[in-house]
Design a binder for this molecule. Structure first.
Ligand code: SF4
Length: 377
């Protein structure tokens, strides 16, 4: 198949759904005893609900929505630090739009902007570099946020700033990595996970081998998937077949995009610019070893934390989530979004209480957008 439409073909989808049903029956999965498949990536969560795959697939499959939405897993304390940095009079704070409405303990970046902070939405860190070139008398901070998908572009912007000796540009680095939280979830005795649908875009950068431990050490299948309905259905079928056959392998359904060994240019930029932090705090998961990236000392001049004395190492900033917010339980698959007491009441896309309702990749936003009416009732 070569074109997007072919990955949305209803006739092909029906035939894959029939095959899924057969394998679910062979496994003996039922609504009372379902197969638990975690889609790690928030983009996949969104696609599952957008195309109604949760309803098209047999009830013997339960999708668990993983922690793969970078905005959603960012703890409140980091948003507070963003606001503090952005409210400095010398700073122009630049960020992707998704992060603007994430609540901090006092205010979001959007509210800080309304209060007068110079906060600008950008589509790329290169936009922030351009703002820095045009405003030599201001400090331009880029909010570096995201998994391995966005980590390389931030690295390239730092390398470019270094080449240009752009001394008024820095990055508030909150980049995180996918494999460590999967290990935490697999080590959690309360989690029941039978297999994974692996993230497509992240894997385009890191390749397939960083997931080897899931199959080798935990005996669980994982299939790296694309984002169209047939991609996801085929990946679910591949996971189910592994479970039925007693196999645990890393398979690559998204081979048209994901190379086995990743993207060498991106990996080189990541290795040059970042080093792992000893640990990093994740909303709902707590501190996870080696799950966050910091900017290497060689590029210290472009590190907002070093420049302004904020962030990790600048004191314990752990902040409790608002009362009644169950983001952590949703993110670890313990409850569905509509089981949160705030869902659709104190927390809506217009007035989000938790980050999962803000980002388009957040599980609560996906539920609300595609199945709100029946779930809120
Ligand atoms: S409904 Fe809102 S508060 Fe509840 S888990 Fe979802 S985002 Fe968090």
């Amino acid at each position: 198949m070569r074109y997007v439409e072919e990955f949305r073909d209803p006739v092909a989808a029906k035939s894959v759904l029939k095959a899924i049903e057969e394998v679910v029956n062979e496994i003996g999965a039922t609504p009372e005893k379902p197969v638990h498949i975690m889609e790690i990536c928030g983009g996949h969560t969104h696609a599952i609900f957008r195309y109604g795959l949760d309803k098209l697939t047999p009830p013997g499959i339960e999708f668990i929505h993983g922690p793969g939405c970078p905005v959603c897993v960012l703890p409140m304390s980091r948003i507070d630090e963003c606001v503090e940095i952005a409210e400095r009079p010398e700073v122009i704070f630049t960020t992707f739009g998704d992060a603007m409405r994430v609540p901090g303990s006092k205010k979001s970046l959007l509210q800080a902007k309304a209060d007068g902070a110079d906060i600008r939405m950008v589509y790329s860190p290169l936009d922030a570099l351009e703002i820095a070139r045009r405003n030599p008398d201001r400090e331009v901070v880029f909010f570096g946020l995201g998994f391995e998908t966005t980590t390389p572009s931030t690295a390239l912007s730092i390398q470019q700033a270094d080449r240009e000796n752009l001394s008024n540009f820095s990055v508030f680095c909150n980049h995180i990595t996918v494999p460590p939280p999967i290990k935490v979830l697999l080590d959690d005795p309360h989690m029941v996970l039978d297999g994974f649908v692996g993230p497509g875009h992240v894997s385009m950068v890191i390749g397939t081998h960083p997931y080897d431990f899931i199959a080798r050490d935990y005996g669980k299948p994982i299939v790296i998937a694309g984002f169209e309905p047939l991609d996801l259905l085929q990946s679910v079928l591949m996971v189910l077949k592994q479970i039925r056959d007693g196999r645990a392998e890393v398979e690559n359904q998204y081979a048209r995009i994901v190379p086995e060994h990743g993207n060498p240019v991106s990996l080189a930029a990541i290795a040059d610019v970042y080093a792992p932090r000893p640990s990093f705090e994740w909303r709902g998961l707590g501190e996870i070893d080696s799950s966050g990236l910091r900017i290497r000392d060689r590029y210290k001049a472009f590190d907002t934390e070093a420049k302004f004395g904020v962030g990790y190492g600048a004191g314990d900033r752990t902040i409790q989530e608002p009362e009644g917010c169950e983001c952590g339980a949703v993110m670890t698959g313990r409850i569905k979004p509509f089981e949160c007491p705030q869902y659709g009441k104190g927390c809506t896309p217009e007035m989000p209480l938790g980050a999962l309702m803000v980002s388009s990749e957040g599980a609560c936003a996906a539920y609300f957008q595609y199945s709100a009416a029946e779930d809120v009732a």
